[in-house]
Design a protein around this ligand. Structure first.
Ligand code: VGL
Ligand code: ZN
Length: 203
């Protein structure tokens, strides 16, 4: 297959961290461990074609309104400095790692974080890095398809970028049944090129 990478194209690898991607992790996303090898192949393809690779890392303080312990919806996960917050040990790291959730911010997108008390959003460095590299197209992979991947893909579209999501390189939390299909529908509706839809069947 001809490579999809090259000048103007970046790969963004979202939250491939132990708490999400390892069975028994505190916010384990089913099947998360199964995508790491494929993501590594994607990283190799991007790198060899000269495309930059960016990573996000959920990086929460021990106590944050993002967690159920303070009124949020999530079990504590990816607490800064803990083994659960580390990127998966088998993941190839070949680019900048951008942390999010720092300082009690939440927000799932790799492009922005949100103060859960004021609702105020602020940008991460991802947007400026992409602009500085004249990136017009991003390929998004990683976890979770109905949160970080979804919000990152929608933000990228809002910024005017072309976005590709290979479905075999993400997995979904599906807190509520149907979240996966709703997330996919929102991305398709926003113009995200979602690859692998036909192959998935109705499951
Ligand atoms: C995420 C749930 C909680 C994500 C982060 O990055 O998809 N999901 N925190
Ligand atoms: Zn989180």
């Amino acid at each position: 297959m001809a490579t999809r990478y090259g000048p103007g194209v970046a790969l963004v690898v979202l939250d491939l961290q132990n708490d999400f991607a390892v069975p028994g992790g505190s916010l384990y996303v089913a099947g998360g461990e199964d995508i790491v090898a494929g993501v590594n192949r994607e990283i190799a393809a991007a790198t060899s074609a000269g495309s930059p690779v960016f990573y996000t890392q959920d990086w929460h303080p021990p106590s944050t309104p993002h967690f159920v312990t303070e009124g949020g919806i999530w079990p504590p996960h990816c607490v800064r400095g803990t083994p659960g917050a580390r990127l998966c040990p088998d993941l190839t790291v070949a680019g900048e790692v951008i942390r999010k959730g720092v300082d009690g911010h939440d927000g799932y997108s790799g492009f922005s974080v949100r103060d859960p008390r004021s609702g105020e959003r602020s940008a991460t460095v991802l947007g400026e890095r992409l602009a500085a590299g004249s990136v017009r197209t991003v390929v998004v992979v990683g976890l979770a398809g109905d949160y970080c991947v979804l919000e990152t893909a929608l933000d990228a579209r809002a910024l005017g970028l072309e976005v590709t999501l290979p479905l075999e390189l993400t997995r979904f939390v599906e807190l509520a049944e149907g979240d996966r299909e709703r997330a996919i529908a929102r991305m398709v509706g926003a113009g995200v090129r979602v690859e692998g839809l036909a192959a998935r069947g109705g499951g």
